[in-house]
Ligand binder design. Structure first.
Ligand SMILES: Cc1ncc(COP(=O)(O)O)c(C=O)c1O
Length: 487
């Protein structure tokens, strides 16, 4: 176990005002919390001992202990007196914000809670993708001219310029229902489809319609930060649940929070670890949800890409009790800027979701929905996905081969039966955030596994996306990774 540093990390500048009305422990708590949320201190970095920090700041040790206790209770830091306090990977509880006595010019209490969520996760990805950013499709293979022909045809013949149904453009809802029934074994009629602005809006709507602030939600750990952000913004109290070779550890979750209101899971291809949830776990999850009257949010973000000819039906299709909210997206199969996805919700929830969507932005752009409906109905979607599946399988082979030849034991990879990324496992004891930073300096994006974790993972790893990169770029990226790994 590494000893915590004696000095505060560089980003932790903590000016305390001894004359202020705000108690010192509260000032200290706020200062550390803001440094964490602003990313000035990295997840996993050690904080000084309470004794050292008290001496450094000229306050009593009790003041520091009180502040650290509050930070630990809210999930910002973790650790023990013996091993030292460390910054947690990501906060797991919504920030408890006090109602201001006098209203200032800034955002509301709720607005501040939203601003304090780990938004950074969603603002990544606006620069051109370089290997090995995960989840990026082969955008240069998207049939742009076909899409523009379909768009032009719509504008010529049937431009839809009036307000539309908040639940989505009817022909698109029909096409999606047909697709998820056939391809995902879902049980669904078109009336249960809610077209959304990508899965991000799907999770946000589900959180707002189904959760009250303070409700417990089981969250895969490590797990998808985009979903975590939306759940935190709705005031959910996240319960980090470990993921093993069978997926979300339902039995452990039941012990930790049997009365949770919701579970978030990616059963087809867990993000980021890549495991597929076993049949036993699926049943256990559905049984718990039925017993507890809880919801299961099934994020099926990249299930179209399976390489072992064994596409698994969705959890939604196994659900007899109407507890699953299925989240789908066209960001991976088509392109992320399209901002179109969908929810499949139980029939009795359709009106609440339709209302929530209407309140926020009425609906997704009708003409984009119409072009997508034509793309699906014309068989172009199925053809494109088939092509990409072949291409991604080849590209994964290139990656696995290059890593095994070039990096050997320094980065262990196991081919993935699904999806668009895999995890390269570092040797025990290596800090994935450090390796990732060295790789970034060499022009390679390989996100550290710890970025997606709420509790510090036992072994570090790097996320390696392959789908969007040509073989030469993959090989070149692996060489640079080798340099980042050293030896
Ligand atoms: C687990 C997971 N779900 C969903 C998405 C897609 O999000 P959206 O549909 O909002 O583009 C991603 C993309 O990175 C993802 O990794």
């Amino acid at each position: 176990m590494r000893r915590p540093p004696a000095k505060p990390p560089a980003g932790l500048f903590l000016p305390l005002d001894h004359a202020a009305a705000t108690p010192l422990y509260r000032q200290l708590y706020t200062g550390v919390r803001e440094a964490i949320l602003a990313g000035r201190v990295a997840p996993g970095s050690g904080l000084p001992s309470s004794r050292a920090l008290a001496a450094e700041l000229g306050v009593s040790r009790n003041t520091v202990i009180l502040a650290f206790d509050q930070l630990a209770a809210e999930g910002y830091v973790e650790g023990t007196a013996r091993s030292g306090t460390r910054v947690a990977a990501v906060p797991v509880k919504p920030p408890v914000l006090e109602r201001p006595r006098r209203r200032g010019p800034g955002p509301s209490v709720r607005g501040r809670a939203i601003a304090a969520t780990p938004m950074a996760a969603l603002s990544r990805g606006q620069t051109p993708a370089v290997p090995f950013r995960a989840g990026v499709p082969a955008l240069d293979r998207f049939p742009v001219s076909l899409w523009s022909r379909l768009t032009a045809r719509r504008w010529r013949h049937h431009p839809a310029l009036e307000y539309g149904d908040p639940a989505g453009y009817a022909p698109l809802r029909d096409a999606i229902a047909e697709y998820v029934r056939v391809a995902r074994g879902a049980r669904c009629l078109a009336g249960q489809v809610i077209v959304t602005g990508g899965s991000q809006q799907g999770v946000d709507l589900a959180a707002r319609v189904l959760l009250d602030p303070g409700d417990a939600v089981w969250m895969e750990d490590p797990g998808y930060t985009g979903a975590r952000t939306a759940l935190l913004a709705a005031g959910a109290r996240l319960v980090p649940v470990p993921v093993d070779a069978d997926g979300l550890a339902v039995d452990q979750a039941e012990r930790m929070a049997p009365d949770a209101r919701m579970a978030y899971a990616s059963p087809s291809h867990q993000f980021p670890l890549g495991v597929t949830m076993s049949a036993g776990r699926r049943l256990a999850l559905l049984r718990w949800a039925a017993r507890a009257g809880a919801w299961v949010l099934e994020d099926d973000y990249d299930s179209e890409f399976r390489y072992d000819a064994r596409p698994l039906a969705s959890l939604q299709g196994m659900d007899e009790e109407g507890r699953v909210i299925y989240v789908g997206t066209f960001s991976k199969t088509l392109f992320p800027a399209l901002r179109l996805g969908y929810l499949i919700v139980p029939p009795e929830l359709v009106e609440a979701f339709r209302a929530a969507r209407a309140v926020s932005d009425r609906h997704s752009p009708t003409m984009d929905q119409a072009v997508l409906a034509d793309f699906l109905a014309g068989g172009h979607f199925a053809r494109h996905v088939r092509r990409m599946r072949r291409l991604y399988a080849e590209r994964q082979d290139v990656l696995v081969d290059a890593v095994r030849r070039g990096l050997g034991d320094r980065l262990r990879v196991v081919p993935s039966a699904a999806g668009m990324h895999l995890v390269g496992w570092l040797e025990h004891g290596q800090d994935d955030a450090e390796v990732s930073a060295r790789a970034a300096a060499l022009g390679v994006e390989a996100a550290p596994l710890s970025r997606y974790a709420m509790k510090r993972p036992e072994r570090g790893g790097l996320l390696l996306g392959w789908a969007g990169y040509a073989p030469e770029a993959i090989r070149e990226g692996v060489e640079r990774l080798g340099a980042a790994l050293g030896r």
